[in-house]
Design a protein around this ligand. Structure first.
Ligand code: UD1
Length: 430
């Protein structure tokens, strides 16, 4: 089992390049099978979730040609099967995007029900409500969602909860339905816009992505395209908090600063200096971070995927902070791990009260999930002494070359798989 070993206390300095957005990539890969033509996708992040998605796609007959680690040519002309295997959905929930894509294109799909996830219960009732409103018959059989329709017909739909997944899934199916669909109370996340732009580049007619209301006029056929995925706002935000927590000064390159507004606003509030350029953001940490209150909200609010990172910052800040998690109920597990490093917090329902400590100290801890794992790496980088982190497979789901990029900023971090490597690291780092 691989672990990260970290010798903390080094302020991060220098420049880091951000990759393509994982969450946009997952939607775009699924949408790419909706044409029989070849589709070229660039700025693809080379992370585990993306690679599993590509495997799931090739299992149903999609031609997947990885041209470079960051570009892939796909062709969905010879899809022989509309059933996705449980093995893939178990590894990566977002393979449920294939439901919307297959239903739109072939008017039928079968995808296993995604299981529970460790950040909270994640229902998909809204996805199904949308498919039904488009005229599909949806049933659950032997643990799978089976959706089929003679014809998909455009509809007017209100989503009860703002959901990224439901917005993207319904938008894909509606892109190839007959007539006009209006989806209200949509998610406005940058990756919803990116999937819409991608579909439009294949000939879809989608307007309003990025606002509350998306209007779609269905088309019969989609065509070839070449498309480059937007930069990953969460990877960028994670490096920005790594700079803030370690007392560093980091230029984060290849970003869209507009997508980072909520993160930047909180970094300013906790005392950082932030300089914005066209495609870069520089974060300069203060001597000591200040406390702040934060509540996660759908975009453009503060992202739930950035909650553990700010939680780590606040655990070292001066004063007491209140963090409210309003999207997923089970996203405070990292605080138990942080407590082992000397942090003080109390969780009540969806609120955590965090009292900052002067200094975290290294400990052996585990990554509870993807973003919490990345946040704990930041804690290790900021702490005095050595931290080892187990279960880093979660982190590798969404961060490409995380340890390598951090080393590029001066961090003392290695990915190890034996005690011998741990001893070697200790000798090297003193
Ligand atoms: C996506 C992101 C994830 C991020 C989340 C919120 C991907 C692959 N994942 O997840 O990283 O944390 O957005 O920004 O893009 N809900 C329902 N019924 C549904 C669907 C959702 O009640 O049918 C609820 C969820 O329980 C949650 C809220 O809606 O409380 C938002 O979830 P949603 O936006 O759907 O998250 P995901 O698309 O799963």
């Amino acid at each position: 089992m691989e672990q990260y070993i970290i010798k903390g206390g080094v302020p991060l300095h220098g420049e880091v390049e951000i990759g393509g957005a994982k969450n946009a990539a997952l939607g775009i890969l699924a949408a790419a099978i909706m044409t029989d033509d070849e589709v070229l996708i660039e700025n693809l992040p080379d992370v585990r979730d993306v690679n599993v998605m590509l495997e799931a796609m090739s299992q149903i007959g999609v031609k997947v040609e990885r041209l470079t680690p960051h570009s892939v040519m796909l062709c969905g002309a010879n899809i022989g099967d509309v059933n996705i295997e449980y093995e893939y959905i178990k590894k990566i929930r977002a393979s449920y995007y294939l439901l919307g894509a297959l239903l739109g294109k072939y008017k039928k799909a079968e995808v296993p029900l995604p299981g529970g996830c460790n950040i909270g219960s994640r229902p998909i009732d809204l996805h199904l409500k949308g498919f039904k409103a488009l005229g599909a018959k949806v049933s659950i059989r032997n643990g799978s969602i089976c959706a089929h329709a003679e014809h998909l017909k455009g509809c007017h739909l209100f989503l009860d909860t703002v959901s990224v997944g439901a917005t993207i899934n319904i938008m894909m199916a509606a892109a190839m339905a007959e007539g006009r669909t209006v989806i209200e109370n949509c998610a406005k996340e940058p990756h919803v816009v990116d999937v819409a732009n991608f579909l439009n580049s294949m000939g879809a007619n989608i307007k309003g992505a990025g606002t509350d209301v998306i209007r779609i006029v269905g088309v019969e056929k989609l065509h070839m395209t070449e498309y480059s995925i937007i930069p990953d706002q969460i990877e960028a935000g994670t490096f920005m908090f790594a700079a803030a927590c370690t007392g560093g000064d980091v230029l984060v390159k290849n970003v869209i600063p507009k997508h980072l507004e909520a993160t930047i606003s909180k970094l300013l509030e906790i005392g950082c200096r932030v300089e914005e350029f066209d495609t870069e953001v520089r974060v300069i940490a203060p001597k000591r971070l200040s406390c702040a209150n934060v509540k996660t909200l759908p975009y453009p609010g503060y992202p739930t995927d950035m909650q553990p990172q700010i939680g780590v910052a606040l655990s070292m800040a001066e004063g007491t902070s209140i963090v409210t998690e309003s999207i997923f109920e089970n996203r405070f597990k990292y605080l138990d791990e942080l407590a082992r490093m000397g942090a003080t917090s109390k969780v009540e329902g969806n609120t955590a009260i965090i009292t900052g400590t002067d200094k975290l100290t290294g400990a052996r801890i585990s990554a509870p999930d993807l973003r919490a794992g990345a946040a704990l790496v930041i804690a290790g980088l900021s702490a005095e002494g050595v931290t080892t982190i187990d279960d880093i497979v979660y982190i590798q789901r969404g961060y490409e070359c995380f340890d390598e990029k951090l080393r590029g900023l001066g961090a003392k971090i290695e990915c190890i798989s034996s005690q011998r490597e741990a001893r070697k690291f200790m000798l090297m780092t003193g």
